[in-house]
Design a protein around this ligand. Structure first.
Ligand code: ATP
Ligand code: MG
Length: 488
């Protein structure tokens, strides 16, 4: 069945403000130099709309000629998905951070697509796809190196789910609930484009880029807020936070990442409702935490969470770590921004380092040996509460525990070659080494032993032994055969 893809007027009765109308309302210019540069034509066209979005507001449609979002800046995967949906007769919009970031001249982290096609219809269009999610089933279209998330317009403002199987650390694994044949009361779940825009968290996250005519559709005043660099919940902030307290974490995250100001009512609501964060599911908290630690801006975001009293609730171990945590987070941000991979156990376990170093000091006996049972006991006391609170996967917890414990084995310069080889071969050694390096950089542990280990590991990597590489290994020297003199 081919559906209409006339999405400029997405709802019966919902018209489009015409350009004459918009021209009468000049935008309120409140800063936003970056966006203005990127969307000069757009901002010219933004009306001074009421800041409290009403449910009956008509969408603002900004035609291609009046904004600077170019298709060339979309990934080829996102374009393929949008075009295929469009050619099949469906409405297809780019939405969320993709539109927001492109309008700001930033590189989007990922691309999300929203459509009126139902999950099974989407699945049929893309062989390289799978349906995920329990209630709000989404389709992940998989390309080499990129996954495009395609969702059907949704009416419900309820919280998103974390990807299936995430708690077990296996993103996207099919479960019984994700069986495409499983019944879902689709009419209760799916909605109109306007409803879909309004169920989103912040106005700047709810802009649609329409592949049918390359226009931008704004149901919630997002373009104006983008221009003013303001972060505002869609609708009543207290209500939206009560619906899903994780929005508080996300709001502070965007504030830091985008350098935006919180709109005062949104800010007050976060202060007022911060305790509600304890009602969020552990899996979602852990998911959000990891997203932040992977963002390259974790230092600023943790500081904002702390300022709002939220870090103490979500991650008290990090809140207790004191100023040294900022140094540790800088180390992580630097690596992420340089394109280096930092594994989840390192991200999740790094906040334990200050406390762990104290434990280690206390576990060193007078003879200089480490009391292993004492250290392991202390480690359990440190990690177990976080494991429970955030439902960390067994794999992550094991890796964090082993990684931290192993620091006790490498806190002194290596004495024997076998010691280095044995430890370096362990599956958890890279985690231990990352912890150790971060701790040394943050001034928690002395650098001298770390340097000696680094040298030994380098030699091991370069020539497979701990001998100095300048000296050719003895066994490889060829013996010359004695020449046989000819008898004269
Ligand atoms: P980024 O991917 O750069 O972190 P994003 O805005 O794309 O930012 P995602 O987590 O990818 O964020 O989510 C995509 C979109 O889904 C958001 O832009 C927002 O519109 C919507 N969304 C995500 N989480 C929520 C939520 N908790 N409540 C309401 N809408 C949400
Ligand atoms: Mg995104």
């Amino acid at each position: 069945m081919v559906r209409s893809c006339s999405i400029v007027a997405p709802e019966p009765g919902a018209g489009v403000r015409d350009r004459r109308n918009r021209a009468e309302h000049k935008p309120q210019r409140r800063g936003g130099a970056r966006l203005e540069a990127a969307t000069q034509a757009t901002s010219e066209a933004i009306p001074a709309v009421s800041t409290a979005p009403s449910n009956h507001r008509e969408p603002l449609v900004v035609p291609r000629s009046e904004h600077m979002l170019s298709r060339k800046r979309l990934s080829s995967a996102a374009l393929k998905v949008l075009y295929r949906l469009h050619r099949a007769g469906y409405a297809a919009y780019l939405v969320g951070g993709g539109v927001r970031d492109l309008l700001l001249g930033r590189r989007p982290k990922d691309f999300d697509v929203v459509t009126n096609a139902r999950p099974r219809e989407i699945r049929r269009l893309f062989r390289n796809s799978r349906i995920i999610g329990r209630r709000f089933r989404l389709v992940h279209v998989l390309f080499a190196g990129e996954t495009v998330e395609v969702a059907t317009f949704r009416a419900s403002p309820e919280p998103d789910e974390v990807p299936d199987g995430w708690e077990e650390g296996e993103e996207g694994e099919d479960t019984e609930e994700t069986d495409p044949a499983a019944p879902v009361d689709e009419n209760n779940v799916f909605g109109t484009p306007a409803e879909d825009a309004r169920r989103r968290d912040f106005t700047v996250n709810a802009l649609f880029y329409n592949i049918a005519d390359f226009s931008i559709i704004d149901h919630v005043g997002g373009l104006e807020d983008l221009t003013a660099e303001t972060l505002r919940t869609i609708g009543d902030p207290d209500l939206r936070i009560r619906e899903d307290p994780v929005r508080m974490l996300r709001g502070l995250e965007y504030m830091v990442r985008l350098g935006f100001a919180l709109e005062p009512r949104t800010e007050e609501a976060i202060h007022r409702n911060r305790d509600l964060i304890l009602e969020a599911s552990p899996a979602r908290l852990a998911y959000e935490l990891l997203e932040v630690l992977r963002s390259g801006t974790s230092r600023g975001i943790f500081r904002a969470w702390k300022r709002f009293g939220i870090l103490d609730l979500v991650f008290p171990e990090a809140a207790a770590a004191g100023p040294v945590l900022q140094k540790l987070l800088s180390g992580v941000d630097r690596r992420i921004n340089a394109g280096q991979a930092v594994d989840d156990p390192v991200l999740l376990g790094m906040s334990f380092l200050p406390e762990y170093v104290g434990l280690l000091d206390r576990a060193v006996t007078e003879g200089g040996r480490v009391d292993n049972p004492q250290l392991l006991g202390g480690l359990a006391g440190l990690i177990d509460p976080a494991e429970l609170r955030l439902h960390l996967s067994n794999r992550n917890v094991h890796q964090i525990r082993q990684g931290l414990f192993t620091i006790s084995k490498i806190r002194r310069p290596p004495e024997r070659a076998r010691q280095v080889m044995r430890l370096a071969r362990q599956e958890y050694f890279p985690t231990a080494w990352a912890f150790y390096t971060l701790a040394v950089e943050a001034g928690l542990l002395p650098a001298q032993a770390h340097r000696a280990w680094a040298k030994a590991l380098d030699r091991l990597a370069n020539n497979g032994t701990l001998e100095d590489s300048k000296e050719p290994p003895a066994r490889s020297r060829r013996r010359r055969r004695p020449r046989h003199r000819r008898r004269s």
